[in-house]
Ligand binder design. Structure first.
Ligand SMILES: Cc1cc2nc3c(=O)[nH]c(=O)nc-3n(C[C@H](O)[C@H](O)[C@H](O)COP(=O)(O)OP(=O)(O)OC[C@H]3O[C@@H](n4cnc5c(N)ncnc54)[C@H](O)[C@@H]3O)c2cc1C
Length: 502
């Protein structure tokens, strides 16, 4: 079986099949293709190491990293003295340069925490916490300044904490850029490969067993998100417990772009930062998330109660927010750790096991600093020899090009002139490119997140048949085999079954 990093300049690995063939040997195996795992692969690709990344899903960022608010928090929220506080502030400072390097969007919007009349003292607590954490340039704003910045805010807003260093990113684009760069620098990616066992002998790591075969390595880095505690237990490493906490969202259409200009929070409550309203880098408005404890680690459903709670919360901040412009809803699961902080450590019990667990919010913001820590932990287990890192092939975003350049591209390749997704203006050429990149899209969701095809107002209602035909042609598979998000989500099989039910 081939690894998914099968591109011209990307090495191709063949899975060891039980009972025959060569065993696959790596220096480091990373579990989990979220922002922590893919970022660790990216950071380690600067060193002379043979690295494999194993992911149970069909694509990158299918866990929390693909379903969050996309905020690079300033760092006033975590309690001083925690790892989360330290790494949030450091991560925030690394983001602008990182996004330039990776060619992914970074929008330094700033953020506001809004208080009503009589609630202003809560802002002083956040301000003091932010200063203790080392967050620069925090300021308290009065009503006039606040309404100047956000004219659609509720007239009940009395004051706010302004954090100019807060920003927004596209979490999906970021993770994909990290993964693609790691792939072109030699990391082997194994998708649809669930880690089912950890090989340990004499308290030393030997490797992992996956649903697709074993991978041997003396170092395993656990970035398993919501399941990291289960993987640590499987390895026999120090124990911690994760309680999933669901966050539901509503995504509003781009035609209200500009209604909110920065990230706007209410005052936080004891379990979460509350229901916030913010722009996305794509120009939509995002509202949420809820904070509901759940037992099921696969439960990413949205609920009537959750969506009603979001609407109530959003109206408190922005009474005139046009909530009828909803185009999608989704949910993500926070990996809330019993310790209340990130777990970043080399195991004292199992030599070679490194945990990156309990990475709940602000995990995305802290991620670049988390990878720095993980590289240090790997460096504590073996010598690291630096090497040159190459960039991934450039992305062509036709909609961002000046007209003359777009026309030039269309002359070179007429597929760039054939618009498939009318809502987002995505051409067939861009779709074909996404199906042949270093980590090619293999699902409809993967294609949507790479190109925005089907991500607009009609949510793929018009372009789905054409997408199925293009994917079938380019991937050399039957249209019946095209999936939404991996094995078991075959789109046409689902539609046919619905038809039969009727
Ligand atoms: C609702 C919500 C809102 C958030 N908002 C923000 C925000 O605005 N800003 C911010 O800084 N942070 C935010 N966060 C937190 C942030 O999203 C996470 O901290 C971060 O994405 C965690 O990344 P990860 O790589 O650890 O986990 P994940 O992205 O969950 O990745 C873990 C991966 O491991 C894989 N995996 C698990 N078990 C196995 C196995 N046995 N074998 C193989 N693969 C396995 C999973 O399939 C998954 O892909 C939010 C989180 C949520 C849920």
């Amino acid at each position: 079986m081939e690894s998914r990093a099968s591109h011209r300049e990307v090495s191709v690995a063949v899975f060891f099949v039980h009972g025959g063939g060569d065993l696959l040997l790596y220096d480091v195996v990373i579990i989990g293709a979220g922002v922590v795992g893919c970022g660790a692969a990216y950071a380690l690709s600067r060193y002379n190491l043979k690295v494999a990344l194993v992911e149970e899903g069909a694509e990158v960022a299918l866990g929390a990293s693909g379903a969050n608010s996309g905020i690079v928090h300033a760092g006033y929220d975590p309690l001083p003295g925690t790892l989360a506080a330290e790494l949030n502030v450091r991560g925030n400072s690394l983001y602008p340069q990182l996004c330039r390097e990776l060619d992914v969007p970074f929008c330094p919007t700033g953020s506001l925490v809004v208080a009503g009349e009589g609630e202003e003292s809560a802002l002083d607590i956040l301000l003091a916490r932010g200063r203790a954490n080392g967050v620069a340039d925090l300021a308290l704003l009065g009503r006039d300044e606040l309404l100047n910045r956000e004219p659609n805010l509720s007239p009940d807003a009395a004051a706010a904490l302004y954090a100019p260093s807060a920003a927004i990113v596209s979490p999906w684009e970021l993770v994909l850029a990290l993964a693609e760069t790691a792939a072109v620098n030699g990391t082997d990616f194994y998708f649809n490969a669930e880690v089912t066992g950890i090989r340990v002998g004499e308290e030393t790591l030997r490797g992992v067993d996956t649903s697709r075969g074993p991978l041997l390595a003396p170092i395993v880095l656990n970035a398993g998100g919501i399941k990291a505690d289960l993987l640590a237990a499987l390895a026999g490493a120090e124990r911690y417990d994760i309680l999933p906490r669901k966050g539901e969202y509503l995504l509003l259409d781009k035609d209200i772009s500009g209604f909110v200009r920065q990230v706007v929070f209410p005052l936080p409550n004891p379990v979460s930062k509350g229901i916030l309203v913010l722009p996305t880098v794509e120009g939509n408005v995002l509202v949420g998330p809820t904070a509901q404890p759940v037992w099921d680690r696969e439960d990413r459903s949205t609920t009537g109660e959750g969506l009603a709670e979001i609407q109530r919360g959003a109206r408190k901040l922005f009474p005139d927010l046009p909530l009828r412009r909803v185009i999608a809803s989704f949910a993500g699961l926070r990996a809330v750790c019993d310790s209340g902080d990130f777990v970043l450590r080399s195991s004292a019990r199992v030599k070679g096991w490194i945990d990156a667990g309990g990475i709940q919010s602000p995990g995305l913001s802290a991620a670049p600093a988390i990878w720095e820590r993980l590289v240090q932990l790997v460096g504590g287990l073996r010598e690291l020899e630096p090497r040159e890192r190459i960039k991934r092939p450039p992305l062509l975003r036709l909609r961002d090009l000046p007209l003359a350049e777009r026309e030039e591209r269309i002359r070179e390749n007429p597929l760039y002139g054939r618009i498939i997704c009318r809502c987002e203006g995505v051409s067939e050429g861009e779709i074909v490119d996404a199906l042949h990149r270093p980590l090619p899209a293999v699902t409809l969701d993967g294609l949507k997140r790479r190109t925005r095809v089907g991500g607009g107002r009609c949510q793929g209602g018009f372009c789905l048949p054409r997408l199925l035909a293009i994917m079938s042609r380019e991937l050399g598979i039957s249209p019946l085999a095209v999936t939404k998000s991996g094995p078991g989500s075959e789109v046409l099989a689902g539609l046919l079954a619905k038809g039969e039910e009727r």
